[in-house]
Design a protein around this ligand. Structure first.
Ligand code: BT5
Length: 251
């Protein structure tokens, strides 16, 4: 699906959304706004140039990690992907911190390893990084103006939105612009070799070190987060490295 073949809705929903309105160096140099796509990550992987942003009102096949589905309520959230033409270690740190910082200050979001942003223990945002050759798609989903009934029944207890947390409707454009600006700053840091600083900030925000967890068959105490984001877990018998999965806190 070539980007130019899809109708673009740069209308009232998104306002005056063009690169000139953003003072970013890399992220958002080109912004493509769509009404309906399968997944913005697919567009970024198939067509993206370094820093291109793809954002859609609706995704017919939004995806999460490990083949899971990302529910993308039409018009309610921010469903976007940023393309990079070279892999960047630490991108997940940059993204999670940028999402945390783009969220209104009356929400106190927490980061959950490896890629969730939570508010009051419920999932507000998810991040999906995919790679095809050297091209990387950084997919970010943020639930913005959902009411409870905008989520499928099975998600209502574990998902939340900015609106549910603050009882206010949020202009998606504002959150979007803050996100791109914050992400740009952190991507520049990564590219300049500041990855270690981001790692420390992210690991502190995740606060998983020292906690007893279960992740798949592995149960133990997290010793540290490696610089690639993997968890080092002491099971009592051995040290195990966990690179993916869902963590359940046992303590
Ligand atoms: C993620 O996966 O959290 C990554 C989500 C990335 C979504 C963005 S949207 C733009 C871009 N285009 C895409 O196609 N994807 C990216 P994971 O950690 O595997 O979590 C998936 C799980 O979160 C699901 O199995 C549900 O339990 C839950 N979930 C699905 N939709 C949700 C939503 N809108 N809000 C909160 N939780 C949700």
């Amino acid at each position: 699906m070539p980007p130019d073949a899809v109708p673009v809705t740069a209308g009232p929903l998104w306002g005056d959304l063009h690169p000139g309105t953003l003072s970013t160096a890399i992220v958002g140099r080109r912004i493509r706004v769509y009404d309906l796509v399968e997944s913005t990550n697919t567009l970024a992987l198939d067509h993206g140039r370094h820093g291109d942003v793809y954002v859609a009102d609706r995704q017919s096949a939004g995806r999460g990690r490990l083949g899971r589905t990302w529910h993308s309520a039409p018009g309610k959230g921010l469903w976007l992907s940023v393309a990079f033409e070279t892999p960047m270690e630490g991108l997940v740190f940059a993204a999670a911190l940028a999402v945390r910082d783009a969220v209104p200050s009356d929400i106190a979001p927490s980061l959950k390893w490896p890629n969730d942003v939570l508010a009051n223990g419920k999932k507000l945002s998810g991040i999906l990084i995919e790679q095809q050759g050297d091209r990387v798609a950084l997919g970010i989903g943020i639930n913005v103006n959902h009411e409870s009934e905008d989520f499928p029944v099975d998600l209502r207890q574990k998902a939340t939105s900015l609106r549910l947390e603050t009882r206010r409707v949020w202009p998606r454009r504002e959150v979007f612009q803050s996100l791109l600006i914050g992400l740009d700053e952190r991507v520049i840091l990564l590219q300049q070799g500041g990855f270690e600083a981001l790692h420390a900030e992210w690991a502190a925000a995740c606060a998983v070190a020292g906690r007893e967890i279960q992740c798949g068959p592995t149960r133990g105490v997290v010793q540290r987060i490696d610089t690639d984001g993997a968890l080092q877990v002491d099971t009592g018998h051995e040290r195990v490295r966990i690179t993916a999965g869902d963590v359940v806190y046992l303590d």
